[in-house]
Design a binder for this molecule. Sequence first.
Ligand SMILES: [Zn+2]
Length: 386
Amino acid sequence: MDRIVEEPVENKSEARILQLLREQGESSIAELSRISGLGKATASRAIQSLRMRGLVEDTGDEFRRLASGRPGRAVRIRPDVGLYLGISLSAGGVTAVVADAAKRVVAWERQQADSLDGTVPRATSLADFAERMLERAGCDRKRLYGVGVSVAGPVDPRTGEVGNSVIIPQWTGSRPHEDLSAHFGKPVLLDNDANCSALAELLWGELNCNTTAVFLRLDQGIGGAIVHNGEVLHGRTGRAGDYGHVTYDPNGPECRCGGYGCFERYLSISSVESDLSATLAEIQVRTRSGDAAALEIVRHKGQILGSLAAVVSRTVDPDRILIGGGLLALGPGLLDAANERLHAINRTASKIETASAATVLEDGSLHDEPALGAIGLLIRQERSIA
Ligand SMILES: [Zn+2]
């Protein structure tokens, strides 16, 4: 896939500091020195040089990461240097998010699937949706660094080709980044929605380079991503962490992957809806009003999720197990039952928690983490040359 072309920063220390600022948003010289391993004088010289070139500015605020540390002056990349556009496509609809060069979300919009005429949009209509949002938000598309795209299906990390996806079958075998790149005239990077969500947790949530984590996305499908040393593990075909297709019950129903009784058959939104013959929104209302049958189904689903988390804990032994996606609308009973089952199986496992990155968006909607993470693809792609 393409790479973002930007004015080259040849000095290695400056390039390293600039990349850390892309990822951190705001920081301070002391913090940048600590994370980069560069001396404070070197970090300070790099910031001074980047400031002179108009790439970095002081925010005017204090920056303090550790409660006990002395605050320093906060610095960031100048927000007007460029814009990132992230788009996510799932069965639930399309989301577009724009962030400025300082990693702050400046615009965000979602189009629900029911307003998409039941059809999965082609790359061009996705681009039109994003264009309209950019216009409404007053964002000049000329300032885009590039476009990140999240899709609810496997993506080959080498070619960007979308693998077999039941959620967006029309995109199977396509390379949507090529159409989008032709449309925008900018580099387009593409990844799977669970991988993008995990990246959102690294850049806007509570994960960092020292955390080993597994992210499970419970939505129309079940996606998973493994994070280690600050990177999302892709594996050979981009399917690392695809826990939805681990077997829960070998005597269970046939799954779209060809297996039987996969976790996805029990934990997808549609499986819950068919168990209660109701929509997710209706089930949400019923659980809130204390409906016993609905609460029992939620508890049962939570127990199955706990069994899945036990597989996660035994295979990766992560510091954090994070959950995102639309199924969380079922309420706290889901994770309570899941944690109870998980710790009955593996007493020392980390607790299952709700993902937090999407709280930077206006309504904190967990639907929209993948679009945020798609921006992360753009922020991160400079990493290898930093
Ligand atoms: Zn399966």
